[in-house]
Write a protein that binds this ligand. Sequence first.
Ligand code: GDP
Length: 487
Amino acid sequence: LTTFSDEAKIALDTLSGRATGLFSPSLRLGVTGLSRAGKTVFISALVHNLIYGGRLPLFEAQKSGRIARAFLEEQPDDAVPRFQYEDHIAALVNDRVWPESTRAISELRLTIEYESASGWNRMFSAGKLSIDIVDYPGEWLLDLPLLGKSFADFSREAVEMAALPVRADLSQSWRALAATIDPNADADEMTARRLAESFAAYLKACKLDERALSTLPPGRFLMPGDLEGSPALTFSPLLALSDRRPRSGSLQAMMERRYEAYKTHVVKPFFREHITRLDRQIVLIDAMQALNAGPGAMADLERAVTEILSCFRPGRGNFLTDLFSRRIDRILVAATKADQLHHESHDRLQAIVRRLADRAVARANFTGADVDVVAMAAVRATREGTVKQDRETLPVIIGTPLKGERINGDTFDGKAETAIFPGDLPEKTDAVFDVSGSQQPDADGPAIRFVRFRPPKLERTAEGVTLSLPHIRLDRALQFLIGDHLA
Ligand code: GDP
């Protein structure tokens, strides 16, 4: 017979989600951001620092010595590819090259054994938390608004965006091709393919362009995952659509059917199976690239962040709301790669991200989740120093620039350490935002010059112990994202 206190304990354990033995509590952490924002590097560095007890003074559970161990476990979702942590760490640590970036969804389970800070929790808790880290392209998330749009809406918006001065040159050949197509003509696979390829080439050109334009849907045209070449990806918006229902057997009917298939078979399942199950989310942004490209790119980044945030907390009456099974209660908007700046500029970078996030939160009409911001470097590739120039002492950052990087006409060989003066971010955040709404690159040229560095050589202590990957404020990000679950 169980005693009353045993039963009470089981009931309480179950209630608080901390039951011992039966199941261990888990937290699903989404990691997203547009391609090259730093997702792969962030997850690798986070896991490495937790497993090897990195220097994380702002991560309370670690600082107070309450973490017994952190280790990788088998993930619960058998049908989702595993995040290739070991390969990525081998690249970073052994070869000192950046790992392969995110191209599709992947998952990794990290389990932390800890001692609770409160006596009450210690009594009832197993002191074990599994974190399911879900890495997915931000491009896929930005497909969600398509669920509320017909093929005609999608076509009209795509045509309008493509004709904007900032995109007109990039979309020229697709628009020229689309103008020769009669939507009412007989459906033809080759025409569909030519149109889809041309439209995809235009979307890719926007991504690669130095204006750093934000992403337009469909996201799988940029990041196809395993769907490359499938009919659900072989469509394109059409010009001059009539309001009438398309003739059966026409090109328009074919495109419309494929667009609907894309929504049904690609967008919806992704949203339902992955996004709606998240508890916490980090959105990584490459603010450095946008800052370099000028105020137009900052405005564009702000638009992307607004759209991303509105996907997580659709308001009442929104068609997405019913699909959510859990509620994301904390979102961190994080600018990575702060190691490309001197620390005097880190707070300025954070202030810029704060303003960007505040405006995005206001515009997305977003309530009900805590949104915080951080300027960080998941992997710190530089250290700081000073150089004397004339009679001035200038702050510099020192690292090994990637092979082929150039500055002032010099090309680096990827071997030698170099001191670089990265320039300062402006003190006033206004200066980096587009007040006029213009999309033109900054006439004065970039405010900062940033060089890409190789990952750092890991330090060893006097006892010969190799330290975990260095970072900037990764601990602050961790505290916000999971700290309260280890209290
Ligand atoms: P993903 O596409 O979001 O997975 O982006 P990655 O994590 O692959 O990062 C893209 C690139 O950004 C890397 O190859 C690095 O060059 C750079 N990068 C990412 N994180 C950092 C960082 O913390 N510090 C520095 N210096 N560079 C970074």
